[in-house]
Each structure stands twice: as structure tokens, then as C-alpha cells.
Design a protein around this ligand. Structure first.
Ligand code: COA
Length: 445
């Protein structure tokens, strides 16, 4: 029974994400290591699930370890300039062979459809092609990088038309020039350029570390969970000054993650490739699992609109069921939505409150103050209360009432005093529910 209740609660908690993600474009970037160490099957199952929820997927793969193996087999050594490989003709041959192999392996795994597996009936169609135009990096510090290139253009229209057909787009770290040449690109460059060109909702990097970690022996696994672009830039500058603290993946991916965010991608996630289900955990849970970069702060306080009714209901229904809040059905909420303010975290409604003015008595009522259990004790309740108090004051109210059954002390600690039902505005007294026996509190504004 407990299992069933937990399952239902869990399934419902995922619903807002499913609705928010449907029809959105996610770019998922991963190195050749993911394919080389056999973890790709699990990732494919999760990608398949995302695709079946209506997410438009663009996959960008790398092939660094496979290229290294190929070069060793041919006893070729390549030089690096400023961290970039010099790709001569012999190296390019190894790059083409390795990238081709990895791509074919990925396409094969995406084609799985075994019954009794998460891929049953999946029938994912993969679109790969000449979507990326490249140009040579040219001469750096006096060295010609030859076939090492950078993205010049991503054919967003062509990719979009494939996504609209329900296909998954697969991009490789190779680009072609209008002169017919082939260039060796980095996966992070392709991923960021594709995410920007497609105006993707999310860009997800799978990496060796759990997030934007730094090498500090005393604190393994500690890393920032949510950062703005400005915070990420400061962190990158600090780490670049102390290269000994930089993990390779962070060094490679973080600058491109920032570039994508500045180019209009709403969220960039940097998560571990070693955790089974990491993509799902990052996308469908409140806390996520890795680091997330956004253009601006994730919190926003704003007036509610009718499109928020669903989100508010999801927040207050469990509290209504417990008798903590008075029941409001959807119709009533729709009618009274202009009274509500909501606090968003990463575009999910995590707290709400309503203000009902009684202008004749220069009083207002604060109602339906609720903070999602995962976000409590973080000051959200306080923020909403202050906002409501300021709003009531500008509307001419001299006092603010609140009726509560379980949060009496919370209000007392914020300057409210207990009072009687007879002190409520007249219209409210008539609505007082004597069976609920809520306590009445008032605060002078
Ligand atoms: C009451 C509520 C809005 C507080 O929201 P919040 O964002 O967690 O509050 P804040 O972070 O601003 O404040 C947290 C502090 O209040 C305390 N607190 C939280 N709920 C409390 C309660 N019911 N009674 C007394 N104190 C409470 C916490 O222990 C914490 O105190 P601390 O900082 O000393 O540890 C939230 O618990 C909630 O949604 N409750 C259910 C709905 C409800 O009762 N609404 C009020 C009736 S309209």
C-alpha cells in the first residue's frame, strides 16, 4: 500500500516537468568514453524515455578516446597548441575512422527494440548528416592547426525539420566546409553552437566529475548546484588562474556552457556520466544531481495569471487534503487568480499567497500562503509575506489578517497578534468556518 502511495505521489510530482518539457529541444553532449565503457545502453534507455515524452533530442557525441587508440595503432603522435590538437592529413584519417565507428555504434544502440526492455516499441529514427559547416582554426602561435576546425554555422532549419518528424538528431565532432574539406571539431563546440542555433531549452553535458567540481582533496564531491552566468564566469576565472584545480572536463565544457547560456540557451546542466539515470535525476527532481547554469537568478516573484492555476493547485492540494488550507476548486481559483502571487524556482511554482482587500475597513486578509515542502526553511514564506504586506499597504490597508490552523507561531514570530473572529472585516466574519476553528491573527501595517 505504502509502495502504491509513494508511487502515485512520485508520479504526480513528475507531471509538471513532463508538461514543461513537451515539445522543447534538449541538446545532450557526451564524450566517446560513454560509448567506450559500455554505459551508453543505460543512457539510451533514458534518452528513449525523454523522446517518448515529447522532448526533441539532439545528441552530440565525441570520440577522443577512440581517436587516441587509433593514433597509437598507427604510431602517430599529434602536437597540441593551446590545448588544441594539430590535425594533419594522417591524423584526420584516424579522426574520420574513429568518429565514423562511434556514430555507427550509437545508431545501432538507438535502434534497439527488444521486448521486455525499456526500448520495446521505441522505434527511434536517427537523423545524422551534414548539419555542421566548419572553418579552419588557422595558425595559432605560429603553428598551422591544419584540419582542426571550429563551427561556422549549424543548419538549424534542417535539424528542426527532422525533429518535427519525430527523429532524434545525432551530431558528430566533424564539420564540412563549402570547399568540400573535412574539419576535426570538439564536441563541446558543436554542442554549444547547435544549442544556440536551435534556441534549445537545455544543453546537457555528461562528464567525468559530478558537477563543476574542483580538485580539492579535502572536499570530494562538493560543487555548486546552481549558478548564474556571472557566477560561473567568476568561478572559471578563479579556476583558470589555478590550473592545478581544474578537471579536464570542467576546463573543456564550462567555457562552452557559458557561451551557450549567453547565446540564449535557457539552462545548461553539467552532470556525471557515471551515475545510472543521471539525466533523469537532473531533469525530473527538485534538487537535480549536478551543476546547472542559468542566464539569471532562478527565483522570481510575480503576480499569478490564469496559466498558473494548475501549478498552484498542485502546490495547495496536498495541504487542503491535510486540512491545513481551506479547499479551493479550480473554478474558484480561476476567478480569484488576480489575488495571487507566486514564487517560481526554475520556472516551477514553489510558493504562493493571496491578498484579499476589504477597503471599507482599511484591512486585508493574507490567505493561502503555502511553500512546497522541498523549499521550506529557505525564507520563501518570509519573502512572500513581506511582498503581501507591502502590497496591502500600497492599497491603503492599515492591518493584515490571517487565519491559520497550524502556523500560529510562524505568524507570531513575524509580528502578528492573536485576535477574535469579531475583529475580522464584516464580510469575512460571515464566511468564518466555526468547524475549522482557525485562529485569527492580525498585524498592524
Ligand atoms: C508556514 C510556511 C508558509 C513557512 O514557509 P517557509 O518558507 O518554510 O518559511 P521561512 O523559511 O520564511 O521560515 C522558516 C522558519 O519558520 C519556522 N516554521 C516553519 N513552519 C512553521 C510553523 N508551522 N510554525 C512555526 N514555525 C514554523 C521554521 O522552523 C523556520 O524557523 P528557523 O529559521 O528558526 O529554523 C510553510 O511551512 C507552509 O507552507 N506551511 C503550510 C501552509 C500553512 O500553514 N500556511 C499558513 C496558513 S495561510
Amino acid at each position: 500500500m505504502k509502495l502504491n502511495t509513494d508511487f502515485v505521489a512520485w508520479f504526480r510530482s513528475v507531471a509538471p516537468y513532463v508538461n514543461a518539457f513537451r515539445g522543447k529541444t534538449f541538446v545532450v553532449a557526451f564524450g566517446g568514453e560513454v560509448v567506450a565503457d559500455g554505459k551508453f545502453v543505460e543512457l539510451v534507455h533514458d534518452l528513449n524515455l525523454l523522446a517518448s515524452l515529447g522532448v526533441r533530442l539532439v545528441l552530440v557525441h565525441g570520440a577522443r578516446p577512440q581517436i587516441e587508440v587509433r593514433l597509437q595503432e598507427h604510431k602517430l603522435q599529434t602536437a597540441y597548441v593551446k590545448g588544441m590538437r594539430v590535425t594533419d592529413a594522417a591524423t584526420l584519417q584516424c579522426v574520420k575512422e574513429s568518429v565514423g565507428r562511434v556514430r555507427v555504434e550509437i545508431e545501432a544502440l538507438l535502434s534497439m527494440g527488444l521486448p521486455n526492455s525499456p526500448m520495446a516499441n521505441a522505434a527511434i529514427r536517427v537523423a545524422s548528416g551534414n548539419f555542421v559547416t566548419a572553418r579552419p582554426v588557422g595558425v595559432v602561435e605560429g603553428v598551422d592547426l591544419m584540419h582542426t576546425g571550429e563551427v561556422r554555422k549549424v543548419d538549424a532549419a534542417a535539424i528542426r525539420s527532422r525533429l518535427e518528424q519525430g527523429e532524434v538528431a545525432l551530431l558528430s565532432p566533424l564539420g564540412y566546409s563549402p570547399t568540400g574539406e573535412i574539419f576535426n571539431l570538439t564536441l563541446e563546440n558543436v554542442a554549444a553552437a547547435a544549442a544556440i542555433a536551435l534556441n534549445a531549452e537545455k544543453l546537457i553535458f555528461l562528464m567525468d566529475t559530478a558537477g563543476i567540481e574542483e580538485k580539492s582533496p579535502g572536499k570530494p564531491g562538493k560543487f555548486p548546484r546552481e549558478l548564474t552566468v556571472a557566477e560561473s564566469k567568476a568561478l572559471l576565472a578563479r579556476l583558470t588562474d589555478r590550473p592545478a584545480k581544474l578537471f579536464d572536463d570542467v576546463r573543456l565544457y564550462l567555457p562552452c556552457a557559458l557561451q551557450a547560456c549567453e547565446g540564449g540557451v535557457a539552462r545548461v546542466h553539467l552532470i556525471s556520466r557515471h551515475v545510472d539515470g543521471a539525466v533523469l535525476q537532473e531533469l525530473f527532481t527538485h534538487d537535480g544531481i549536478g551543476s546547472m547554469i542559468s542566464q539569471g537568478p532562478l527565483q522570481a516573484l510575480r503576480n499569478a495569471g490564469v496559466e498558473d492555476v494548475g501549478g498552484i493547485l498542485q502546490l495547495i492540494e496536498p495541504l487542503e487534503a491535510k486540512g491545513v488550507l481551506v479547499r479551493r476548486n479550480r473554478e474558484l481559483l480561476e476567478m480569484e487568480i488576480s489575488r495571487f502571487v507566486v514564487l517560481e524556482h526554475d520556472r516551477m511554482i514553489v510558493a504562493c499567497a493571496a491578498l484579499y482587500p476589504f477597503p471599507d475597513e482599511k484591512a486585508s486578509e493574507l490567505a493561502c500562503l503555502a511553500v512546497h515542502p522541498d523549499y521550506r526553511n529557505a525564507g520563501y514564506g518570509d519573502t512572500l509575506l513581506k511582498h503581501i504586506e507591502a502590497k496591502a499597504k500600497t492599497q491603503g490597508s492599515k492591518k493584515l489578517f490571517v487565519l491559520t490552523t497550524g502556523a500560529a507561531h510562524w505568524f507570531v514570530e513575524r509580528g502578528f497578534e492573536e485576535t477574535g473572529v469579531e475583529k475580522l472585516p464584516k464580510a469575512k466574519q460571515g464566511l468564518y468556518n466555526y468547524r475549522r476553528r482557525s485562529k485569527v491573527f492580525v498585524k498592524k501595517l
